[in-house]
Design a protein around this ligand. Sequence first.
Ligand SMILES: N[C@@H](CCC(=O)N[C@@H](CS)C(=O)NCC(=O)O)C(=O)O
Length: 264
Amino acid sequence: RHHRHLMAQALRIPVFRTRCCQRSPAASRRASAGPRSQTQRRGSFAAGRREPARRVLLRAAASASRSAAMSSGAAAVEVYVKAKPGTGATVLGDCPFSARVLLTLEEKAIAHTRHLIDFSDKPQWFLEANPEGKVPVLHHEGKWIADSDVICEHLEGGAFPDARALSPADESTRQVGAAFFGAFVKFFTNGDAAAEPALRDGLAAEVKAIDAALQGKTFLGGDDVCSVDLALYPKLRHMAVACGHYKGFAVPQECAALASYMKA
Ligand SMILES: N[C@@H](CCC(=O)N[C@@H](CS)C(=O)NCC(=O)O)C(=O)O
């Protein structure tokens, strides 16, 4: 039940808006010199091998959803993610792209400092560093890196040679779910009643394809969690909550493997 609560917190659908953390990176570093500073250094989840997918992913999500922006001057990696509106930037928000990057940092056991950004009051320094104003954004070795695809590529690259590699070995796993999020957005944002059935079927087809890719496996790549799981899982949860609530869409009953993978 505790895990379920934390996962819900990590992946909540955006509804409300409020204040956010106004600290610049330099101010955060200064603040981190105090006795309360804490580095987010997490253990690897490789030990989760052969555990059900949902348990490993929930554990990572629970860890990633712990509230408050912790800081440490020691951590070279700083990650900026969405805050839950109405919490004074103390609780993690619902962005699936942010969740993906946090899960990737957790799984690779890369020490990092997390900063929560309130969308209703984005700090000026954040917008100057990152003019698109989107999260997640990573700050590493003096560079700002935006976009979860680019960030995860960076985390998988040569800058972190000791971190566990997460790219799946085979190309077919890499392609699983590639069209899923687009199908979700089209269906979710559609206001044309005539187009609705085809868009609903289109999303159901993408969901079924993910279910098919999970047959006989714990994770999409096999026994171990891989980068495709970490990209897709938060989006699947986001879709299930958003489409379940607003569109009456549920994961088709025959998708038993996916249902068990997603079950919180
Ligand atoms: N392609 C980007 C998408 C990131 C994105 O759209 N983030 C949303 C939050 S889920 C955002 O920051 N939106 C800015 C805003 O709503 O002000 C990625 O993969 O990181």
